[in-house]
Design a protein around this ligand. Structure first.
Ligand code: NAD
Length: 354
C-alpha cells in the first residue's frame, strides 16, 4: 500500500504502529499536526477487518482533530489513535496499560482520551503508564468530566448564532427545532433549548430516551424516519454521521442545520447541495467543539469557568464563517476547512468545493 499517496495521509507528521503480543494490543497512533501544540484526540476501539481500514480511519480522524482543535482555539494539534479489536471481547486493564506505554514512547506528542469503544475506566488504566491522557473525570470546579453537556452548550450557542444570522432573531422563543438523537448530547441540548423557549420535536431509536425528553421538556415525539424532513426552523443532528446526503437533502425543510453529530456531510459536495437549497449549515466540528474544549482544559488542569468561557467563543467563530461564506458565495464547510488549514499553516484543501 502506498501510504504516502493515500488521500487521508495529508502530510501527517507521524504514524506509529504497535503490537504487544503479551496483551494482544494492536494499535495505531496518527499525529497529523503539532503546529498549534501537542496532538490531542481520542482513542477509538473497533474490530477493523483489515489494518488498511484501521489506518485510513485513524488518518481521517486525526486530520479531523487538527481542524477541530484549530477552530476550537485550544493550544493543541490533531491526532487520534485506534485499537484494533472488538471492545466487548478483548478489553483488559493490561491492554490499556500497554497502550499507555505506547503513548508514553511518543514523549507527549500525542494525548489520548476516550472515544467510540473506550470509556473513562479504560483511560484510568492508560493513566497508570502515561500522563498524556485526559477524560478521567473531574473534581468540582475543575475542568473535565462528561463532555456531553459541554458539547450541548456549544451547540445551543451555535444554534442561536445561526438563528440570528439566518432568521434575524435574537432569541429562541417559539423557534422550532427538530433534534435527531436524545443521547448524551441531545438530551442536554433539549433541556437548554426548552429553557430558551424553543419548540421541540425529537426522534431516537430508543423509545425511553424520547419519552424522557417529552416528559421533561415538553418535546413532541416524531418517527425516526421523519425527523430529517420536518418543517422546522432548525434541524439538530445529534445521532449519526453522514445524515446529510443526496437522499436526505432534497427532503429537508429546515432552514438551518446545526447539531452535534460528527461528520454530518456524507461528502464535501453535500455542502454545495445545502447551499443551493438555501439551508444554512453550521460546520459540525466548529459547533460541537465544547467536548474537546473541556478535555483540553482538563489536560491543562484548568477550571470549569474557563471551559464555559471558551465555549462562549463558538458562536462568534460560526458568525465569521457564515459571513465569509455569504461574502464569497461559498459553502460554510469549505470556509471552515480553509480557516482551519490557515491556522495550521497548511495549504488550502485539495478539493475546495464552491
Ligand atoms: P450517544 O450515543 O449518547 O447518543 C446518540 C443517540 O442517538 C442515542 O440515544 C441513540 O439511540 C440515538 N440514535 C442512534 N441512531 C439513531 C437514528 N437513526 N435516529 C435517531 N436517533 C438515533 O452519543 P452522544 O455523545 O450524544 O453524541 C451524539 C453525536 O455527537 C455523535 O455523532 C458524536 O460523535 C457527536 N459528538 C459528541 C460529543 C460529546 O461530547 N459526547 C462531542 C462531539 C461530537
Amino acid at each position: 500500500m502506498e501510504i504516502f499517496d493515500l488521500r487521508e495521509f495529508d502530510a501527517h507528521e507521524l504514524v506509529a504502529f504497535s503490537h504487544d503480543p503479551a496483551t494482544g494490543l494492536r494499535a495505531i497512533i496518527a499525529v497529523h499536526s503539532t503546529a498549534l501544540g501537542p496532538a490531542a484526540g481520542g482513542c477509538r476501539m473497533w474490530p477493523y477487518a483489515t489494518t488498511a481500514e484501521a489506518l485510513a480511519d485513524v488518518l481521517r480522524l486525526s486530520r479531523g482533530m487538527s481542524y477541530k482543535n484549530a477552530m476550537a482555539g485550544v493550544p493543541f494539534g490533531g491526532g487520534k489513535a485506534v485499537i484494533i479489536g472488538e471492545p466487548r471481547k478483548v478489553k483488559t486493564p493490561e491492554l490499556f496499560e500497554a497502550f499507555g506505554r505506547f503513548i508514553d514512547s511518543l514523549a507527549g506528542r500525542y494525548i489520548t482520551a476516550e472515544d467510540v469503544g473506550t470509556a473513562t475506566a479504560d483511560m484510568a488504566c492508560v493513566a497508570r503508564t502515561t500522563r498524556h491522557v485526559a477524560g478521567l473525570g473531574a473534581a468540582p470546579g475543575a475542568a473535565g468530566g462528561d463532555p456531553g453537556p459541554k458539547t450541548a452548550l456549544g451547540v445551543l450557542l451555535g444554534i442561536k448564532a445561526a438563528v440570528r444570522f439566518r432568521l434575524g432573531r435574537s432569541d429562541l422563543s417559539g423557534v422550532t427545532v427538530a433534534v435527531q438523537g436524545a443521547g448524551g448530547v441531545g438530551y442536554h441540548l433539549c433541556g437548554l433549548l426548552a429553557a430558551e423557549g424553543a419548540v421541540l420535536a425529537v426522534a431516537d431509536v430508543r423509545p425511553a430516551a424520547v419519552q424522557r425528553v417529552c416528559e421533561e421538556f415538553k418535546a413532541r415525539a416524531v418517527a425516526v424516519d421523519d425527523v430529517l424532513a420536518l418543517d422546522v426552523d432548525v434541524l439538530a443532528p445529534c445521532a449519526l454521521g453522514a445524515v446529510l446526503n443526496s437522499h436526505s437533502i432534497p427532503r429537508l425543510r429546515a432552514r438551518i442545520v446545526a447539531g452535534a453529530a460528527n461528520n454530518q456531510l456524507a461528502q464535501g459536495q453535500d455542502g454545495v447541495a445545502l447551499q443551493t437549497a438555501g439551508v444554512l449549515y453550521a460546520p459540525d466540528y466548529v459547533i460541537n467543539a465544547g467536548g474537546i474544549i473541556s478535555v483540553a482544559r482538563e489536560y491543562q488542569r484548568g477550571t470549569e469557568a474557563q471551559v464555559i468561557a471558551d465555549i462562549h467563543a463558538i458562536p462568534a467563530r460560526l458568525a465569521e464563517i457564515f459571513e465569509r461564506a455569504r461574502r464569497e458565495n461559498r459553502t460554510t464547510n469549505a470556509i471552515a476547512d480553509q480557516m482551519a488549514r490557515e491556522r495550521l499553516g497548511r495549504e488550502p484543501p485539495h478539493q475546495l468545493v464552491a
